[in-house]
Write a protein that binds this ligand. Structure first.
Ligand code: KIV
Ligand code: ZN
Length: 434
């Protein structure tokens, strides 16, 4: 990642931006096995969840929300399998979700027996609409739900001295909640759980439904981060959804606004339009020279396992990952890329500075071969580039027009694009056979 540099500052009339950037990776928490799974038309089987869990470990996640064990026997059995088969590395923390309700909290604790590191994540809904429409409860009654949950969790956790238990509280639908009330309920939970700088409480502030532009979300996070008491005793966690299509942007701005941690999923799987896509977010950091501390260098394998476990597709234009994201169909793009790659290979630039290619595809295990495809829109430079980069033949400049005309005739006739090997075949027929 060191070959990438931050994008240059953008000058605005009265100030220089950015005075804020993300300079280090946040704490990541994968919620693929919970938020991701609960949104699948066919939820994952225990075996599929085990396979995805293994993948998440390989990528480097240290906190993984594995499900909602109190909600179903399958979820319960899945956690038991992880623990009983000793599949959780010592440096990985398992997170469980539970509503802030007595019997669900008790059942969740039953599921964690023998587990080394746990985040017990409890939540209740706090927004105006949820209070009015779903619960018909006033603010005091909503606070009571959270405080009773926290009290019970603290009490039962004391019976598990062999387990390192941390707590996470989510005022679900935070972004539709009055900020003063969100602060009040979180502080009431803090009063019960008594977090310290050494044993911080995770306060997760979900954009359960994405309701605002990312700057407004960031303002909410910033206000909360500046006003919550004992800030050093809490970790502020983001959990954005993507209803307006800006889940990643909201999480990025949320980090710049003071948050410490991000919950999300691979490829943005999750309820409705999904959660924050952690691949995009991590690779955004990577391509600006920040170590994301997650490893997406074998994206083909990650995509394959993800698709088979979830039965979801990955869009061809999915950032960093889609089948088409390292292609250039236009001749001028191809030419610019060729110039950039030549310069990069000559070692004079020091940084990856290639027009139209924000990332070196090989950093994700993708092939240069896939970068340029030739169709009737391609210019002369593209064909020459393929022959040079993939087959080691440097076509003299004078031959470019003739050979690219030949390729264009074929693509015009067939209406299809030609792959590198097909171009080489034409080249061989034309110039290499005696
Ligand atoms: O979106 C949401 O609010 C959630 C919570 C349960 C954290 O998934
Ligand atoms: Zn969610």
């Amino acid at each position: 990642y060191r070959k990438y540099k931050p994008f240059p500052p953008v000058s605005l009339p009265d100030r220089t931006w950015p005075d804020k950037t993300i300079t280090k990776a946040p704490y990541w928490c994968s919620v693929d096995l919970r938020d991701g799974n609960q949104a699948l038309p066919i939820p994952m089987s225990v075996e599929e969840k085990l396979e995805l869990f293994e993948l998440l470990l390989k990528i480097g996640f240290k906190e993984i929300e594995i499900g909602f064990p109190s909600a179903s026997q399958t979820e319960f059995d899945y956690l038991r399998t992880l623990i009983d088969r000793n599949l959780i590395p010592d440096d990985v923390t398992i997170q469980l979700l539970t509503q802030s309700r007595d019997h669900l909290i008790r059942r969740s604790f039953e599921a964690i027996k023998g587990c080394k590191n746990v985040v017990m994540h409890f939540y209740n809904s706090t927004s105006t609409v949820q209070r009015d429409v779903v619960f018909q409860k006033d603010q005091k009654e909503i606070i009571k739900i959270a405080v009773e949950g926290a009290t019970l969790i603290k009490k039962i956790a004391a019976e598990y001295p062999e387990t390192n238990i941390r707590y996470e509280y989510s005022p679900e639908s935070f972004t539709g909640t009055e900020l003063e009330f969100a602060k009040e309920i979180c502080e009431a939970v803090m009063d019960v759980l008594e977090p310290t700088p050494e044993n911080q409480l995770i306060l997760n502030l979900p954009a359960t439904v994405e309701m605002h532009t990312p700057n407004i979300h960031a303002d909410q996070i910033e206000w909360f981060s500046r006003n919550i008491k004992n800030r050093d005793c809490v970790l502020i966690s983001l959990h954005t959804h993507n209803d307006r299509g800006t889940g990643v942007a909201a999480a990025e701005l949320g980090l710049m606004a003071g948050a410490d941690r991000v919950e999300g999923t691979l490829f943005g799987n999750g309820e409705r339009t999904g959660n924050t896509d952690l691949i995009t977010m991590a690779m955004n950091l990577y391509s600006q020279g920040v170590n994301p501390e997650l490893d997406f260098s074998d994206i083909e394998h990650i995509t394959k396992v993800y698709k088979s476990c979830t039965r979801m597709n990955v869009h061809e234009r999915h950032p960093y990952v889609g089948e088409l994201v390292y292609t250039a169909f236009s001749g001028s793009h191809q030419d610019a890329i060729k110039k950039g790659l030549d310069k990069y290979k000559s070692g004079t630039t020091g940084f990856w500075d290639i027009p139209y290619l924000p990332l070196d595809p090989s950093d994700m295990g993708r092939e240069y071969e896939a970068i340029i495809r030739i169709n009737s829109q391609s210019g002369k430079g593209g064909v020459a580039f393929i022959l040079d980069s993939q087959f080691g033949y440097k076509l003299p400049k004078a031959m470019h027009p003739e050979f690219s005309r030949k390729i264009q005739m074929i693509t015009d006739e067939t209406g299809k694009e030609l792959k590198g090997a097909e171009i080489f075949e034409e080249f061989s027929k034309e110039y290499l056979t005696v």
